[in-house]
Design a protein around this ligand. Structure first.
Ligand code: FAD
Ligand code: NAD
Length: 481
């Protein structure tokens, strides 16, 4: 028998579960299907983000940051804490507990909103008919007035680096090391390479990051990328740009990587190797030939600005469609589609998607970079404020980095805000709100910020756009009327 639903959601990652919950809140009859089996062998919701992405990586980053603080920074504060050690299995077990609590929390939310959950793999056929193969092997047929595809992404594999248990791993394997590798190789100086490289570097691993591009963090503002590279190198991360990995060999539980750079061919041997060279959209066994859903040339489900596919009544959201592969971008798309199905008219503002890299210090930005604006021939002005001049940063003994506000030369409208510093993953929300409300730098400068906070650095950077920053020496740069 075919069960009918108003909305069928395929995938319970951040994009899918947000769509399902919002649709149910709006009174629609919703079913959500997910095939994830966690490392305890149980079905789990929350997708990549909760199971093997955002949450477990941040749990490890929080633990290891505290470890660095306790072992190297407490002394300067007058705290005597000698002989600090790390118990890696306990760190990993706590991370697993956080993941389990959250995935169970999502299951509870879906249930309490009346969403029907099916644990299994879904395939979309013609006319919004969905065939589900449940984990016990039985099948179920569904028909939806609307279908939302939210099947996410998986790590990219590269031929020179075939995964090998515990030795050559992707981001998922790198969340589960049971001891600190003495020497750790990381392929790719992207977000995952820097975050997971930082985790193990902080625990004493000698980390070498091999990056194909000549430029470090090309998607970030150049000044931010420069400062971040400098700070990570000072922490011991050996980041080698312009390297092309051509092969790996596993011998006696070690991995030898062959790569070439401007100086020719070289080899490095590591105890473990993380391959973090990007993620690709996941659509395996998802679409039957007559589903009517097209993929683009890079394998993403093709959608318009409103996340509609080419098939009537079929939408796609999150990592499986164009745009940054970020949980919050997928969440907003999921909510937008659910509300549109219910007859509302929301939009996602793709100009205001924040990016964060959770290294220490953290890196965050929203809007355009200086190099993008220059390339587009836009005239703009900037104001910057160093964290070293922030009273709160000094009180916290955490003064690296700066905040930069970029505004239109003529209208003063904020075009981009870029930050490196402690807790900028939180401060970026203020920047997003300012940009979402089309604030000028002056508007931000006229807003009262609590003292003493790290956020005041954003206030000062906004004031610095027009030369009114209070805590910057009265130089020529800061002497505009
Ligand atoms: P996913 O989370 O990938 O979920 C897709 C779901 O669909 C999965 O549960 C899968 O089982 C299910 N599925 C797939 N095919 C089928 C099918 N045919 N039938 C049934 N179910 C199916 N993003 C951030 O914004 N911040 C971060 O800090 C961050 N950190 C990250 C750290 C790591 C190590 C990684 C790997 C990623 C990180 N990301 C982060 C990216 C983030 O995880 C993704 O952007 C996000 O999970 C995408 O959400 P999604 O719902 O589109 O897809
Ligand atoms: P990425 O695209 O951020 O970085 C991959 C890096 O690998 C790039 O710098 C690329 O030039 C390099 N590379 C590619 N092929 C290579 C090769 N053969 N040899 C050497 N270097 C190579 O991808 P990622 O770090 O794997 O992350 C995947 C996605 O997950 C990203 O899109 C990111 O948005 C998301 N993510 C987000 C966060 C966050 O928001 N904090 C954290 C982790 C992951």
């Amino acid at each position: 028998m075919t069960e009918k639903y108003d909305v069928i959601v395929i995938g319970a990652g951040p994009a899918g579960y947000h769509a399902a919950i919002r649709a149910a809140q709006l009174g629609l009859k919703v079913v959500c299907i997910d095939k994830w089996i966690n490392k305890q062998g149980e079905p789990a919701y929350g997708g990549t983000c909760l199971n093997v992405g955002c949450i477990p990586s941040k749990a490890l980053l929080e633990t290891t940051h505290k470890f660095v603080e306790a072992s190297t920074e407490f002394e300067v504060l007058g705290i005597q804490a000698k002989g600090i050690t790390i118990d890696v299995p306990t760190m990993i077990a706590r991370k697993d507990k956080v993941v389990q609590n959250l995935t169970k929390g999502v299951a509870g939310l879906l249930k309490s909103n009346g969403v029907t959950m099916l644990d299994g793999a879904a395939k979309l056929n013609a006319a919004r008919m969905v065939e589900v193969t449940l984990h016990d092997g039985s099948t179920q047929s569904l028909e939806g007035d609307n279908v939302i595809i939210a099947t996410g992404s998986v790590p990219v594999a590269i031929p020179p680096c075939p995964l090998q248990e515990d030795l050559i791993v992707d981001s998922t394997g790198a969340l589960d090391f049971q001891k600190v590798p003495k020497r750790l190789g990381v392929i790719g100086a992207g977000v995952i390479g820097l975050e997971l490289g930082s985790v193990w570097n902080r625990l004493g691993s000698e980390v070498v990051v091999l990056e194909a591009l000549e430029e470090f963090l090309p998607m970030a503002d150049k000044q931010v990328a420069r400062e971040t590279g400098k700070l990570l190198k000072s922490q011991g991360m050996d980041i080698r740009l312009g390297t092309r990995v051509t092969g790996t060999e596993v011998k006696k539980n070690k991995v030898t990587v062959t790569y070439s750079n401007a100086d020719g061919e070289k080899q490095e041997t590591f105890d473990q190797l993380i391959v973090a060279v990007g993620r690709r959209p996941y659509t395996e066994n998802l679409l039957s030939a007559d589903s009517g859903v097209d993929l683009d040339e890079r394998g993403f489900v093709y959608v318009n600005d409103l996340c509609s596919t080419n098939a009537p009544g079929v939408y796609a959201v999150g990592d499986v469609v164009r745009g940054p592969m970020l949980a919050h971008k997928g969440m907003e798309e999921g909510v937008m589609v659910a509300e549109r199905i219910a007859g509302h008219k929301p939009l996602v503002n793709y100009d205001c998607v924040p990016s964060v890299i959770y290294t220490h210090p953290e890196v965050a930005w929203v809007g355009k970079t200086e190099q993008e604006l220059k390339a587009a021939g836009e005239s703009f002005k900037t104001g910057s404020f160093p964290m070293a001049a922030s009273g709160r940063a000094m009180a916290a003994n955490d003064t690296a980095g700066f905040i930069k506000v970029i505004a239109d030369e003529h209208t003063d409208r904020i075009l981009g805000i870029h930050m490196v510093g402690a807790h900028v993953s939180e401060i970026i929300a203020e920047a997003v709100i300012a940009m979402e409300f089309e604030s000028s730098a002056e508007d931000l400068g006229l807003t009262m910020f609590a003292h003493p906070t790290l956020s005041e650095s954003l206030h000062e950077a906004a004031l610095a756009v027009s030369g009114h920053a209070i805590h910057i020496a009265n130089s020529k740069r800061n002497r505009k009327k």
